[in-house]
Design a protein around this ligand. Structure first.
Ligand code: COA
Length: 628
């Protein structure tokens, strides 16, 4: 995903969520009504961040590099540069609601020039549905749309329950950004379109089938949402008027490198009809992609195949043109029972998205299609595109690049069924820390070294908080994984090392969610130096800094009630993207890598994680038996 992190050249209380009328733009100037009572994100003490930074380097850089970095850090602290930048950050924190959020939005997302498909937009895979034909597909899609509209009522009526983490209320702002929004490409920087305050809210969604986009009005003239029955009939009309399979896949343009798409976008919207069609998609509440069936695979590979379909659509020949990747929320329903979604990451993190999914899935389980009175509904409007030779050339280029991306992405979903959160909990260990140690062990078993590892931590305890990073690789984790590979070690010692490593991880996670991690602070100091037009301090230019930010393991826990799994691409060419959903009795884990890297292999890493989890349970049980 994820622009959980900066990929740019910078590398660089029970508060009721009341809303002001209308959605708000992504700006620090927006009113803070529903945020009242939440603390502001602190700027951590400079010395603390410097010390913790050195500690994170210990397991991943050589003694010599560490020695050099120690000198640079000392100079940064004592020479006055660090202090000056820190004061700049503290001033910024006093003047803004959140000193980080705008910088983060820009540097992690909107400045990022890589394609959003695969590189930043996460997918979500839902369990296979029991339909195999277009009626089933349509019925499912109709219920899904009704469920999302029901969820939208919570947002529109300000009745969305406030979420809590460690008993603290969380910032709910992201929920207000995910509907009726869309990313817009720019030649150098993108923007996010969100309906302005006071404007009439959109009443339509977009539906895409066989690469053809439709506007579907989902409200009756009295403001009530269409019933499932009505939605079904409208979807049928869409289906029947989009049977041709030879249409130009205009949507595939959105999968391009952002600079390329920015230029192609300007070409496309030169034409008035095209511009109106694009605007209709951008302004819609969300998009539903009715996908064509994909080639069949074995049951074992099914979830991996769907994860790929969510991330990129399968290529120009399949469903990659059946998307508008800039759209914040795109639900995907295939004729073959496949379902899930892909979302554009700038407006939101994964947890609000899966909360929405949990709500919709529950709604769908209790909703039956009830025949409603036959009120004639107008035909959904087909969006027209005039394909000029220039646009056609852009589409051809996008198709080629998409196919390269599809061939390069290596995806493997592991449904680990031996146990779930229950086992580490029974042994008084944090499940998240335990699973992260399994990722560390698997990596060490494959490569005999540790690597910089990122885990997302929520900053939503703070106004407009997004994420920081938990640095998973620690001295303690290194000792644990080494002990597991050392035949001279006894299990009792290994267990003690595992306990220490998980405890350390838990402390780091606690510090991160309380705004005391190092990564966003270091980013802030770097951006402050850029803003002050001073030369970049050397600590941000040395090898250790580069190693610390080369995340071979990019991980994120996105837990849900629904038995689903989120997935996202790796951050670096020789790395893995690992997203996991620890459920009580099992764990869903999606692993991605790039085929162009000879050293990585998603299936092999997933299997090694599986084995590590099995061995770690054996370690817990063996030691527990020995103690009896
Ligand atoms: N013994 C027994 N139980 C324990 C335990 C221990 N030592 N430590 C924790 N637990 C329990 C917890 O009480 C919790 O119980 P619950 O299932 O009843 O709620 C459960 O185990 C899970 O806790 P843990 O595994 O420690 O992690 P967490 O759920 O608190 O998650 C983070 C940790 C870092 C993932 C979370 O704080 C976070 O930030 N999530 C958001 C990440 C994000 O934004 N990702 C998306 C990016 S796009």
């Amino acid at each position: 995903m994820l622009a959980l992190f900066v990929r740019t050249t910078l590398r660089p209380g029970a508060v009721k969520p009341r809303r002001l009328p209308g959605p708000v733009p992504h700006t620090q100037e927006r009113p803070l009504v529903h945020q009242a009572g939440l603390p502001k994100l602190p700027v951590p003490p400079l010395k603390q961040t410097c010390e913790n930074y050195l500690a994170t380097l210990e397991p991943i850089v050589s003694e010599e590099e560490l020695g050099h970095t120690r000198e640079l850090v000392e100079e940064f602290l004592k020479g006055g540069v660090g202090e000056r930048l820190q004061k700049g950050l503290e001033r910024r924190a006093r003047k803004t609601h959140n000193w980080l959020s705008e910088w983060w939005m820009q540097s992690a997302y909107l400045d990022c020039r890589m394609p959003v498909a695969v590189y930043t937009s996460p997918g979500v895979v839902l369990p296979r549905m029991h339909f195999q034909d277009r009626q089933g597909q349509m019925r499912f899609a109709a219920k899904l749309i009704a469920g999302v509209l029901e969820f939208k009522k919570l947002i529109d009526s300000d009745t969305l329950p406030v979420e809590y983490l460690s008993k603290k209320p969380l910032c709910m702002d992201q929920y207000y950004q995910i509907l009726s929004s869309c990313r817009i490409p720019g030649p150098k920087r993108d923007t996010v379109l969100k309906q302005a305050i006071g404007k009439t809210p959109p009443t339509h969604i977009t539906v895409v089938h066989n690469f053809q986009f439709f506007v579907l009005d989902v409200y009756n003239s009295d403001g009530t949402p269409l019933t499932v029955d009505q939605l079904y009939m409208q979807l049928e009309k869409i289906w029947n008027t989009s049977l041709q399979t030879n249409k130009e896949p205009v949507g595939i343009l959105t999968s391009q490198h952002r600079n390329t798409w920015g230029k192609a976008y300007n070409n496309l919207i030169k034409d008035k009809t095209n511009k109106e069609s694009v605007r209709a998609i951008q302004k819609s509440i969300f998009t539903v992609c009715l996908d064509a069936p994909m080639p069949r695979v074995s049951d074992e590979l099914y979830m991996s195949r769907v994860a790929a379909q969510m991330l990129h659509g399968g290529g120009a020949r399949w469903n990659s043109g059946n998307r508008w990747f800039d759209k914040t929320l795109q639900f995907i329903v295939g004729e073959d029972g496949t379902c899930g979604l892909v979302y554009e990451h700038a407006p939101s993190e994964g947890p609000p998205i899966v909360f929405l999914i949990d709500y919709v899935v529950k709604y769908m389980q209790k909703t039956e299609i009830v025949r409603s009175p036959m009120v004639p509904l107008s035909m959904p409007q087909k969006l027209r595109f005039n394909i000029t030779p220039e646009v056609k050339r852009d589409i051809e280029k996008a198709k080629q690049n998409m196919n390269i991306m599809v061939h390069d992405l290596d995806v493997n979903v592991l449904m680990f069924t031996d146990y779930g959160k229950n086992v580490p909990k029974q042994h008084n260990l944090s499940p998240d820390a335990f699973i992260q140690m399994a990722f560390q062990l698997a990596y060490f078993r494959m490569y005999s070294v540790c690597c910089a590892t990122y885990e997302s931590a929520s900053l939503r305890m703070f106004q407009y908080g997004r994420t920081d990073a938990i640095r998973v690789t620690t001295k303690e984790s290194l000792k644990f994984v080494q002990s597991m590979q050392d035949p001279s070690k006894q299990n009792a010692e290994r267990l003690a090392l595992l306990q220490k490593a998980t405890q350390r991880h838990k402390e780091n996670a606690y510090n991160a969610i309380h705004g005391q991690a190092i990564d966003r602070h270091l980013l802030g100091l770097r951006l402050q130096a850029i803003e002050d037009l001073t030369s970049m301090p050397e600590i941000f230019m040395d090898t250790s800094f580069a190693v610390a930010h080369h995340y071979n393991l990019l991980t994120s826990q996105v837990g849900s009630k629904t038995d689903c799994v989120m997935c996202f691409g790796p951050m670096v060419p020789d790395g893995y993207g690992v997203c996991y959903n620890p459920m009580d009795e099992h764990i869903n884990i999606a692993v991605t890598a790039f085929n162009s890297c000879e050293e990585t292999n998603a299936a092999k890493y997933a299997q090694t994680v599986n084995d590590a989890l099995v061995d770690m349970r054996a370690l817990l049980e063996d030691t527990a038996t020995a103690q009896q």
